[in-house]
Design a protein around this ligand. Structure first.
Ligand SMILES: [Zn+2]
Length: 416
């Protein structure tokens, strides 16, 4: 089946722990079973939620909005205040207590904004010409800090900022509860040249309200195609393909996986290839190398040899490779960016309609090319190493996404 036709079978919201996720993992499993592959599911518990709805009311006027994930049901009435830059909450502590804050910018993260003040509710503004983004609170937020929060469209914000100082009501209807989410795991055993393990991963879940075609049904179908390819072209080394859920809620599936498989990760995992974002008709292929310069040269060279031009960058990438960096496992993150997805990402407009076969082909071919070499070369071609220059970024990223201080289990590096 063509990549685009596969992608069309996943063109619906696939929020972790919901019916949409279940429909998606059943669809992926059915595709794999139809080519005689036998994946299994690994479950993990999350603080989940249904997308929900929200509205803002002032007098006889009302506007629809989208609630942040994990807010739950609420009705809040208070004075609206427009703060262009919400850093003011830090710089005038206590001055805005009890207010409903409409804001456009902050250098702080959401959890920092909420924990530093006693405001009643937060309203964020989406980019112009774009439907409201979907956001969610983090899993480890203290319950009392999960204040009613929502996103509104840019044009609605223009109307609302004129109401600063008036009393408004925010109604949020959203079921938030413990849910079970599912990773799909498929092993393709090698012929036994050594006992290393290489992983190919990508997330199949979406944010609330989005079909996540570009992000990341695109990567999901690349993984299905790769499963088909490597089951027919048996590699020398073991390959494990994992479709993660819960990525959009803070890499929950990959963190759960890393937790459950820590011993094996330490003993034999050597590389993670992660595919995230694709499908754009006009775009730019990019390769984020969370590893060393040596790995970056190796990977881009292999791709060029196949006529695939990827803009390479030694950097972290906000996706499922990150939990493995805790154990100094490098990851190659394959993505296609820059076109329509720039405007539709994490909104309800990220649908299959905007994806093309062309926009999916090169990210798939890059995936196949890299793995073909790594899995079949005489010696494992990549060192289990991440450049020290990325260490601080990794720590900060992990801390922000888990709200817990990370421990990195990296090899000691001695200077010559
Ligand atoms: Zn993604």
């Amino acid at each position: 089946m063509k990549l685009l036709n596969l992608l069309k079978t996943l063109d619906y919201e696939r929020l972790a722990g919901t019916d949409g996720e279940q429909r998606a993992y059943q669809t992926i499993i059915n595709h794999l079973k139809s080519i005689n592959l036998k994946p299994h599911l690994e479950t993990f518990e999350i603080d989940g939620f249904e997308s929900g709805t929200a509205e803002l009311i002032c007098g006889s006027k009302s506007w629809e909005a989208t609630p942040y994930g994990l807010c739950g049901d609420s009705s809040t009435t208070g004075e609206l205040l427009y703060l262009e830059n919400a850093d003011a909450l830090f710089l005038r502590p206590g001055a805005y207590d009890g207010k409903i804050i409409l804001y456009n910018h902050s250098s702080k993260r959401l959890h920092e904004l909420v924990s530093c003040s006693s405001i009643k509710a937060l309203i964020g503004v989406s980019a112009p010409h774009k439907k409201a983004y979907s956001y969610s609170y983090r899993q480890n937020m203290p319950k009392e800090e999960l204040i009613p929060s929502l996103m509104i469209r840019y044009d609605y914000a223009q109307a609302l900022m004129k109401l600063s100082g008036q009393v408004i009501t925010i109604n949020i209807r959203q079921k938030a509860e413990k849910k079970v989410a599912h990773n799909i795991v498929l092993d393709i055993p090698g012929t036994g040249i050594d006992n290393s393990l290489t992983m190919l991963v990508g997330h199949y879940d979406t944010v609330a309200r989005s079909h996540g075609a570009s992000d990341n049904a695109a990567g999901t179908v690349s993984l299905i195609k790769a499963a088909e390819y490597f089951s027919k072209h048996k590699p020398a080394r073991d390959l494990r393909i994992v479709w993660f859920s819960g990525e959009e809620l803070g890499l929950l599936g990959s963190f759960a996986y890393a937790n459950a498989h820590e011993d094996e990760i330490r003993q034999r995992l050597r590389l993670v290839v992660n595919v995230d974002l694709g499908g754009d008709p006009i775009g730019r292929n990019v390769l984020f190398v969370l590893g060393t310069k040596e790995l970056m040269g190796y990977a881009t060279g292999l791709l060029r040899g196949k006529g695939l031009l990827f803009a390479e960058q030694l950097n972290i990438y906000s996706s499922d490779g990150m939990p493995f960096s805790v154990f100094e496992i490098p990851s190659l993150n394959i993505a296609r960016v820059g076109g329509t997805a720039l405007f539709t990402g994490h909104t309800e407009e990220d649908t299959a309609k905007l994806c093309t076969e062309y926009g999916l082909t090169e990210i798939y071919l890059a995936t196949q090319t890299l793995l073909d070499h790594v899995l079949n070369s005489q010696f494992y071609p990549i060192n289990k190493e991440i450049d020290d220059s990325l260490r601080d970024k990794i720590e900060r990223y992990l801390w922000n996404s888990t709200l817990t201080k990370p421990d990195l289990f990296w090899r000691e590096k001695y200077k010559k």
